[in-house]
Each structure stands twice: as C-alpha cells, then as structure tokens.
Design a protein around this ligand. Sequence first.
Ligand code: FAD
Length: 234
Amino acid sequence: MAKAPNCKGRIVGVRWLAPDILELDVEMVEPAELHFEAGQWVSLPFGPKTVRPYTIASPPSERRVFRLCADVTPGGVGSRFLRGVKPGEELAFHSPLGNLTLIRGSSAEVILVAEEIGIVPFRSILLGEAERGFPRRMRLYYGAPRRELLIYHEEFEELARRHSEFGYAPILEEAEPGPGGGSGDLLKLLARELPELAGREALICGGGKMVKACRELFMSRGMERRAIRYEKFW
Ligand SMILES: Cc1cc2nc3c(=O)[nH]c(=O)nc-3n(C[C@H](O)[C@H](O)[C@H](O)COP(=O)(O)OP(=O)(O)OC[C@H]3O[C@@H](n4cnc5c(N)ncnc54)[C@H](O)[C@@H]3O)c2cc1C
C-alpha cells in the first residue's frame, strides 16, 4: 500500500502554453509553504501503486504558490487528470524529491540539456540562479520539434540578454523524428559546440534515448561521470 500524500494545495491558475502543454499554479494549503530545491518534482497519486511525478517549474523562493508544467500528449492517467483540472480544485501530492539539482558548493560551469518538456526543471533552476545574479556560468541547450513546443523560449532569451554568465542555444529538430524521439539535431549541436568538457558539470533531462546518448558524448569529451545528473521523463 502506497503512503498517503502528505501535501495539499489548491489550483489557482490553469494556462495552456501550447495545444498540449499545460501550466498549473498551485497554492499551498498544507503545509502553508513548500520547501524544495530547484530541479525537484512532486508526485501525484492515482491509485494504491500508481503515481506520476511532475517537476516544479517555479523557483524555490516562491513557496506559497508553485508551478507545474505538463505535456499531456502521452494520454495516460496523469495526462487525462491534468487535462481536466479546474481552478479552485484541491490537489493532493507527495512532497518534493529528486536530485536533478545543482551540485552544492561547486563553482564549475554547468551545461544544461533539455529535450521538449524536459525543460521544466531548468526553468526553476535558471530563475533561481538569476535571483542570485548567476554566480556560476551556465549554458542551456534546448531542443524541440516545433517552435510552439519550445516553451519558455522568450524567458530564456531575456535571461541571456540580462546575464552575461548565461548562454542560451535553442534548436528546432528539423528532420522527422526517429523511433523513440527527436531527430538527433540537439546531439549534433552539442557534439559540434562542446569539444572539451573536463571540469564542467551537466544536467540532462528528456527522453531516455537522448539522455543516454548525451551522457556518453559528454563523458567522451572528458566530463566525469559523477559530474552528470540526469532525469528520464520518458
Ligand atoms: C522524475 C520525473 C519528473 C517528471 N516531470 C514531468 C514534468 O514536469 N512534466 C511532464 O509533462 N512530465 C513529467 N514527467 C513525466 C510524467 O511523470 C508522466 O510520465 C507523463 O505525464 C505521462 O504520464 P501519463 O500517465 O499521461 O502516461 P503514461 O501512461 O505514464 O505514459 C504513456 C507513454 O508515454 C511516454 N511518455 C511520457 N511522457 C512523455 C513525453 N513527454 N513525450 C513522449 N512520451 C512520453 C511514457 O514513457 C509511456 O510510454 C516526469 C517523469 C519523471 C520520471
């Protein structure tokens, strides 16, 4: 029997960022504030043994109301629930977990790689770092098959304009996607732009195929295995 959810919130905002991408604002009820590290996720229960994790898109400084962002194209139990959510409804969930977070105490440059909805943890991380004036260098590589799926693009452009320590490289995957995901344009861009990665760190998020290929590429370019944190959303 799974543990009962230990947090409760109320939906106070629902917005569609693209035809199948939904943003939810959740106001905390119990506890009154949500404490988390940027990059962590909460999980929504759908039965005794069924949960779906969703990553927090807002920065940790926003503790009373936090934001989730979901791609509902998969169409399973999580997507169907989120599609139907309405403002005013209550949301029960398990408290934040996960280690797709910045390595504490390090000042190494961080390469962030996101495929499609895998961008969600990086919005939280980048907005959190922007509040602190970007104490370390960061570069975001972000791929999606169509412009409308490159969510938060303008926000990242604006961050890059305001902070010289942050670099932003969006890419539209041009060819038809192959089995299991993107066409590989994101990986080609990384292979071209990052010849030497010794001493750097990486956070990678998206489909399992891209994540695996990206880890292998980064290690072949000198990045240490323990310097790479990743999450496979699908
Ligand atoms: C740690 C973690 C954090 C996550 N955070 C988010 C988040 O912030 N936003 C979000 O939208 N999703 C996130 N996910 C994925 C999410 O938990 C669900 O798996 C997703 O919403 C599909 O759930 P479902 O019940 O609708 O479909 P399911 O029945 O669980 O999945 C149906 C199929 O779709 C595949 N799939 C799941 N997501 C995608 C996708 N985006 N693109 C293509 N295929 C996919 C699954 O692998 C499965 O084969 C996260 C997953 C993990 C492991």
